[in-house]
Structure formats: structure tokens, C-alpha cells
Design a protein around this ligand. Structure first.
Ligand code: DX5
Ligand code: ZN
Length: 221
């Protein structure tokens, strides 16, 4: 995968009644991915977007999807979701006893397989699957809700993950960051090795989304 700096707006932060307008702005601004948070009320204490939403978005744009599955036992539910080549699918290491199997299922459909890790999860969970991944999603807040504050220790963790990937010959594997990616935090995250930045209420979804994208783009260049 390319390690070019990319933006992935978090669609859960959109006004759903204006979704089409948002998508056309994202297309105009050459947004690289669309981040879709799927929550099951079990793995995280919230429910968000689901299978029909993913299907609709896939139908109305060519922008690759960035599915963030915050669901237990994702290996049994991947077939519910519409994704394919060029899309990213992140599953949480904490949510499955079959991490390797789940990653294979994603790869077999041609998508990019990412492992997501919560702030409290040590990076050694990557050890036995490092050869099978295209990237790591480092959660910089505890997953479940938009609008939270950065967990400061995750900045060091991003650097640690980068080092670990490089030492294991995975120089092309990318690091995605999700949670309180404000303009200021994005700069710090970039310094320590982040490649894909999830834009939520802290950056893109403020008054003017084009301006938010522009500011975030500038911060990560
Ligand atoms: C959860 C979400 C949130 C959120 C990011 O996985 O992706 O982290 O929308 O936006 P902020 O933290 O800026 O509200
Ligand atoms: Zn997310």
C-alpha cells in the first residue's frame, strides 16, 4: 500500500440528511477514503452505521471505503458487508479469538486488511499476524464516540508501531489514526509516523467542511 498521507472523513459525523452533498465535496477535494464506523453495542457501548449504509455509500461513490468494524467476532459477520478491492477493512484485535482467520477472509475478498488496537492494547498482539496485514489502525481515543480527548500515550504508541513494522520488513504497511485528530494533534501524529488521518468533529466537521479538509491536508503535508 502507498504510504502517502491520506484523509478519511468519519461519516458518522455527517448530517445524514445532507449526505449526498458531503460526498460531492469529498470527491471534489480528492478525499482518499471514507471512514465508516460500525458498532455493535457489545464490543463498544454504542450503535452506529451498518450494512445498508455501507451498501448505499458504495453505490454512490468511487472513493474507497475504510470500514472500521467495532464488532465482536468479525470473522462471522464479514459476509454481511459490501466491500472489495481498494477498500480497507479494520478489525479489532480485542474482538476476536480468530484474528488470523478474520484477516484472511478480508484479504480473500481483495480488500486491505488492517488490525485496529485500542489505547490499552499492547502492540505485541500484532506479532503473529504482522506478515498478513496491510496496516494498523491505532485508536487514539477509546472507541465508541466522537468528540473525545486524545489519550496522550497513544502518540508514543504510533512511533512504536512504525518501528515494529519497519523492523519486520513491513515498510509499506500504513498506520491509520482515529480519534481527536485535530489540526494540532494531526501534526504530532504525522511526526511519529501516521499515514491515514480520520477526520471527525475535531477537524473536518466544524463550520465549513472544505475548509476543515484544507486545514487538515495542510497539517499532514
Ligand atoms: C470512532 C470514530 C471517532 C470519531 C472521530 O471510531 O471514528 O473517533 O468520529 O472524530 P473525533 O474524535 O474528531 O470526533
Ligand atoms: Zn473509526
Amino acid at each position: 500500500m502507498s504510504r502517502g498521507k491520506s484523509i478519511s472523513p468519519s461519516l458518522m459525523c455527517c448530517d445524514f440528511l445532507a449526505l449526498e452533498k458531503y460526498i460531492s465535496v469529498f470527491e471534489k477535494e480528492n478525499i482518499e477514503y471514507l471512514h465508516i464506523d460500525v458498532m455493535d453495542g457489545e464490543f463498544v457501548p454504542n450503535f452506529t452505521l451498518g450494512t445498508d449504509f455501507v451498501k448505499q455509500i458504495k453505490k454512490c461513490t468511487q472513493i474507497p471505503l475504510d470500514l472500521h468494524l467495532m464488532i465482536n467476532n468479525p470473522e462471522t459477520k464479514l459476509d454481511f458487508f459490501d466491500f472489495g478491492k481498494n477498500d480497507i477493512v479494520s478489525i479489532h484485535a480485542e474482538a476476536t479469538r480468530h484474528l488470523h482467520l478474520a484477516l484472511q477472509k478480508i484479504k480473500n475478498r481483495g480488500a486491505k486488511a488492517f488490525v485496529a488496537i485500542n489505547p490499552g492494547t499492547p502492540i505485541y498482539v500484532l506479532e503473529e499476524v504482522v506478515d498478513d496485514i496491510d496496516g494498523v489502525l491505532v485508536m487514539t481515543v477509546n472507541p465508541g464516540f466522537a468528540g473525545q480527548k486524545l489519550v496522550p500515550s497513544t502518540l508514543k504508541k504510533i512511533a512504536k508501531v512504525r518501528k515494529y513494522l519497519d523492523e519486520n520488513g513491513k515498510i509499506d504497511a500504513v498506520i491509520e489514526v482515529d480519534g481527536n485528530v485535530s489540526i494540532e494533534n494531526a501534526k504530532l501524529m504525522k511526526e511519529v509516523g501516521a499515514d491515514i488521518f480520520v477526520g471527525g468533529t475535531s477537524s473536518i466537521f466544524k463550520d465549513n467542511i472544505s475548509e476543515g479538509i484544507c486545514n487538515l491536508r495542510h497539517a499532514i503535508m
